[in-house]
Design a protein around this ligand. Structure first.
Ligand SMILES: Nc1ncnc2c1ncn2[C@@H]1O[C@H](COP(=O)(O)OP(=O)(O)O)[C@@H](O)[C@H]1O
Ligand SMILES: [Mg+2]
Length: 334
């Protein structure tokens, strides 16, 4: 049975589609690890996401299909926290690794990455993302029942710590001890509900605010991961689009300032002390890890990022601004 027939059968069984309905089911481009479909029901469009057992990237790294249920759990948990808008889960079949969610019309909800690439670098979007993330972290910090629901360290290890940090440590033997120590700090902090993939690719810019998608890596762990992961993308975009580098720097500042001023569950300095070195390690990971950014292809760009990240990693950095400054000094000099 083809994927669309299976999806339609499931939508009818779950009651989302009427028995006599034959909706158009359209596969969306852009998904890396899953099949994402738009289904045009009589009642309006919905989105269906089903997990594949192997990620569609060049390197061979597998991920458990349980990440589908994990994503649905995150979307339900984040729905009422007042942080970022997330899709509503409409139906789920955890055993088949499939769920349906509300649909955000692309015409009014462009992907943030596309906006950034086109030079529409709006610091208020970054500010809303930073503030919303802090809110999700603050509202879930110290909550045992949420910690128990997202006891997914194995999955986080397989999807994040291994491909990004362990792989990069292997590629940089002189920095391996430092990168492994950073990974260990991340691995052992159990503070709040972490999304795990806060990338502009997974954020839609909507009229009511940013919409956060793609929560497959959700984990009860170190919130520093989310802010470092997202901030990293804004630094990389500055390298990618020199004409918009200053705007990307402003967006970076707006993101981290909103986040740090919303950090309520621990001193902001303590959070930043973990996040700044992690940011440097993730910069390097996006060049030499298992999932390098596809848009930095020129050797000069890769060398610049490598030099900045390795320089920062050999020092004791405790502030986001230290990493930002190191990058922009090099960008300004070329
Ligand atoms: N609820 C939704 N409404 C509209 N578009 C969506 C929705 N969910 C996902 N998409 C689109 O599909 C793309 C891939 O979805 P995502 O959840 O990020 O899958 P993957 O895990 O494959 O990256 C998104 O970038 C977005 O363009
Ligand atoms: Mg995605």
């Amino acid at each position: 049975m083809g994927a669309t027939a299976e999806i339609l059968g499931w939508l009818k069984a779950s009651g989302l589609a009427a028995r006599d309905e034959a909706p158009a089911i359209t596969s969306l481009t852009g998904g890396v690890s899953s099949d994402v479909f738009r289904v045009d029901l009589r009642t309006g469009p919905i989105c269906v996401k089903a997990a594949l057992d192997k990620l569609r990237v060049a390197a061979d790294w597998r991920a458990p299909v349980e990440r589908s249920a994990n994503e649905a759990n995150y979307l339900r948990a984040a729905a009422d926290l007042g942080g970022l808008i997330v899709p509503s889960v409409l139906a789920e079949d955890a055993a088949r690794h499939i769920f349906a969610m509300s649909w955000f019309e692309p015409a009014h909800h462009p992907v943030w990455k596309a906006e950034l690439a086109a030079g529409r670098v709006d610091p208020t979007v970054a500010q809303a993302v930073g503030g919303g993330l802090a809110r999700i972290h603050g509202a879930t910090a110290g909550r045992d029942e949420i910690a128990a629901r997202f006891d997914t360290t194995d999955m986080f290890e397989a999807l994040r710590l291994e491909p990004y940090l362990a792989h990069t440590a292997k590629a940089h033997p002189l920095l391996a001890g430092r990168i492994e120590a950073i990974a260990e700090t991340t691995r052992t902090a159990r503070l709040a509900l972490v999304h795990g993939d806060v990338s502009p690719k997974n954020i839609l810019v909507g009229p009511a605010g940013p919409v956060l998608l793609d929560a497959e890596c959700a984990w009860y762990g170190d919130p520093a991961f989310d802010i470092a992961f997202c901030a990293n993308h804004l630094l990389l975009k500055a390298v990618w689009k020199p004409a918009h580098a200053k705007a990307c720097g402003d967006a970076f500042d707006a993101l981290v300032q909103a986040y740090l001023s919303g950090t309520t569950w621990e001193p902001a300095e303590a959070l930043e002390r973990r996040a700044a070195p992690l940011l440097a390690a993730l910069l390097l990971a996006r060049i030499d890890g298992k999932s390098p950014v596809e848009y930095l292809t020129a050797d000069a760009d890769k060398t610049l990022v490598r030099d900045v990240a390795t320089g920062v990693l050999t020092r004791d950095v405790a502030r986001f601004a230290d990493v930002r400054r190191a990058l922009f000094e090099r960008l300004g000099a070329r």
